[in-house]
Each structure stands twice: as C-alpha cells, then as structure tokens.
Design a protein around this ligand. Structure first.
Ligand code: ATP
Ligand code: MG
Length: 395
C-alpha cells in the first residue's frame, strides 16, 4: 500500500500524570507542537485516545519534523509509525510491509513483536496478537528470524479502536512540561556556559522566559553582545520568541570602583544586577529571577557570597544549576546546542574591573556600609531608564 503521509505518535511525559489538569496540559502541548511545525506546509496535530498524532505530507522531511517535535517540552517520546485498520489481517499485512522496508533499509535480520491492545473489546488478547503477527511476518519475510532476547528490530503493535499502529523507534524527547504552564521568569543571561543552560532548565519545567543582559560598553564590545544574542536565539528555539532587556552597567561599576573597597567590587556589582533584574521583572510580570549560579564555582558563588547576593532582593531566585558539577553543565550545554557559542572568547561585564583578590566570605554589614556610600536607588533608576529591549527570535 502506497503511503501518503508520515505519521508520528507523540507521547506526553509528566503531562500524563497531571490528573484533573491533564486536558489543559495536553492542549498546551498540542499548541506548542503546532507552533513549532508551522514552518511546514501540510502538517496536522491532533489529540486522540491519550496520544498526540502528528500527520505530515509524505514529501516533507521526516527527520526535520522529528527534530522540531523533540524540542517541545512535555514530549516524552516520538515514534514514526504506520497506520492500518484494526483487523488481524490488516495488521499482519502492514507488519510485513513495514519489516520489508526495515530489511531493505537497515539489513534487519531478527525481530520480536511487542503487542498491546488499548481497545479491550478487540477479540484477540495481547500475547496472541504478538504470536499471530510474528507468524505473519515470518511467513511474509522469509529472511527474518525471531530473537526474543536481542532482536535487531523490536516491532511494536498498538491496537486501538479506530486504527492500529506499527512502529519501531521510540525517540526520546526532553520531557518536562509544556511552555506556559508555570509562570514567567526573568533570566539573567550572560555569554557564559551556565546561564543559557539554567534558562533552558526552567523553560523545560513550563516557565515562560524573559531575559536581561548587562554589558559595560565600551569596555565590552558590540561583538560580545552579539554573542549573547546568538545564545539567546538558540535558547529561543526551545522556549519561543522572548524579549531581552539590555542594560549598560558601566556607570554603576565606575561608581563602585571609585567609592568602595576593591575586593568587594564583584559582589557589589552582582547585588546591583539582582536589584535591577528584580525591578525589570516586576515591570514585566515575571515572578522569579533565574541565574546560572553554581555553588563554589567562583569567588562570587561561595555559600557566603550567594547569601549576600540573595539578600539584595526579595523575589525568589531560581538557581537550577546550584548543585551540578561543571562537566555535567557542559554536557547539557552540548546537548542543547549552546556550548560552541558560549565558549567563544568575548569579554563579559563581570570581567571588567575584576578585583585581584575578591572577598570570598563577604559580610553583609560591610557590604551594606559600602553601598551606603552610593546613590543606589538613583543608579538603578538611571540604568533601567537607559535599557534597550531586543526581540529574540528562534535561530
Ligand atoms: P555564566 O557561565 O552563566 O556566565 P559564570 O559561571 O560565568 O556564569 P558569573 O559570571 O559569576 O558566573 O555569573 C553568575 C550568574 O550571574 C550567571 O549565570 C548569570 O545568570 C548572571 N550574570 C553574570 N554576568 C551577567 C551578565 N553580563 N548579564 C546578565 N547576567 C549575568
Ligand atoms: Mg559569566
């Protein structure tokens, strides 16, 4: 039988556990998949019997579609499948055709059938479906043998009320929850390895993203900012278009350098970043801040320094990387595609005016005393007033 469309069965991960809210989560998931597939002509996305079915014109690139679907948070797995009538004869015939292709394309020699009937009124029970379809495949494809322990091809047969499905691969998605199901956070995005990963992790739990980036132009270059925009564009392929607030921190850094002890520069700058971010978050409907901070990674991320940074704001600060090891963060960055851009060597505003011996155990009273020498409110207001807002589109 000539195929006219690609069919993909998409399984929801945790969404399936959401009890009463399940339809809501599933709807959000379908909307996200539709949005990401909008660039293709001739695709439909529908919920049916607890699964999501994506159908695409046969001329479309199957791998490109799989790649897009796998970026949607909330997707546990994807299986390219073939569809047939729910009769033993039709399933047997479709299974034979499916395996013929597997032999031709991948030199499959052994197989095992894994059958399941979602429709309990179907007259044949699951183990019998498995046996009968296995026998039909053996008869139709003489070169194949059954191997129950280590088959080249695990052939899934999913018998449903309207139609039945045959598939082999379960391509893993990232899991998580559909975007838009868990509020909105403002992420402090630098050009480093960590903050894009932290942003991605929060978006994976369903959080919508808005971003803020600080620079120290002209100490930091235009190219350094473009790098951050590139990174943001990669993150946006997962979490959709978002706004990035870009703020020049130089006037604040200059005030700190001329009025406060040198070793406190970094922690003072960080407290200003947090306060500016908190204000921008309030102005844009974000209820949390997100950073890529990680316990002990650098002087400004010791336990003591994090406490002092944290006490600058009252809004909750999400630090999803806090207990991860650097190698694991780097692996994640590779996996999501931000690593290569992150390691491009451009200066960051944190490296401008870097003290020779930063305090690693700052005391809040001392820091507050230093800040009392500055017009904090005025500096923050001026910084926010001069912000530039950039729209970040998926790359
Ligand atoms: P990253 O790799 O994310 O830059 P890092 O290990 O270099 O992190 P820091 O430079 O101390 O650590 O920054 C800690 C966090 O503060 C970053 O993860 C990010 O969330 C935020 N941050 C640092 N620099 C900037 C910046 N220029 N603009 C916005 N946020 C920043
Ligand atoms: Mg950094």
């Amino acid at each position: 039988m000539e195929r006219t469309e690609h069919i993909f069965i998409v399984r929801c991960g945790e969404v399936a556990l959401k009890g009463m809210n399940k339809p809501y989560f599933e709807r959000m998931l379908v909307e996200r998949i539709k949005k990401l597939l909008r660039k293709f002509d001739g695709v439909s996305v529908k919920r049916h019997e607890g699964l999501i079915f994506v159908r695409a014109d046969i001329n479309l690139d199957k791998q490109a579609i799989i790649k897009e679907i796998s970026k949607v948070f909330g997707v546990a797995s994807i299986s390219p499948a073939v569809e047939c009538e729910s009769t033993m004869e039709a399933i047997g015939q479709a299974a034979v055709e499916y395996m013929m292709e597997a032999i031709e394309e991948r030199g499959v020699k052994t197989f095992k059938v894994e059958a399941k009937r979602a429709d309990k009124t179907f007259p044949v029970k699951s183990p019998d479906i498995g046996r009968q379809i296995g026998a039909a495949v053996l008869k139709g494809c003489k070169v194949l043998k059954v191997d129950v322990h280590n088959p080249d091809c695990l052939l899934f047969v999913d018998v449903r009320r309207d139609k039945s499905y045959i598939y082999q691969d379960k391509i893993h998605g990232f899991g998580g929850l559909p975007l838009g199901t868990n509020g909105k956070g403002l992420t402090l995005l630098s050009g480093g390895i960590d903050s894009p990963v932290a942003t991605w992790m929060m978006a994976k739990r369903g959080m919508l993203i808005e971003a803020i980036h600080f620079h120290s132009y002209p100490y930091t270059s235009q190219r350094a900012q473009e790098k951050v925009e590139d990174l943001a564009g990669i993150v946006a392929t997962y979490c959709g278009r978002f706004k990035m607030h870009v703020i020049n921190l130089l006037p604040i850094q200059e005030q700190i350098v001329s009025n406060c002890p040198e070793e406190e520069t970094t922690i003072l700058v960080r407290r200003f970043m947090m306060r500016i971010a908190e204000q921008v978050a309030r102005d844009t409907g974000c209820t949390m801040l997100i950073t890529g901070e990680n316990l002990g990674q650098v002087a400004s991320q010791t336990a003591e320094a994090l406490v002092v940074t944290d006490s600058a704001v009252s809004m909750p600060v999400m630090r999803p990387l806090i207990a991860m090891d650097k190698v694991d963060i780097m692996d994640k960055a590779q996996e999501i595609g931000t690593y290569e851009t992150s390691i491009q060597p451009y200066e960051d505003c944190c490296t401008v005016f870097l003290p020779k011996h930063p305090v690693t155990k700052p005391r809040l009273e001392r820091i507050l005393e230093s800040e009392s020498k500055l017009d904090c409110e005025g500096l923050i207001k001026a910084a926010i007033e001069s912000q530039e807002i950039i729209n970040i589109f998926p790359q």
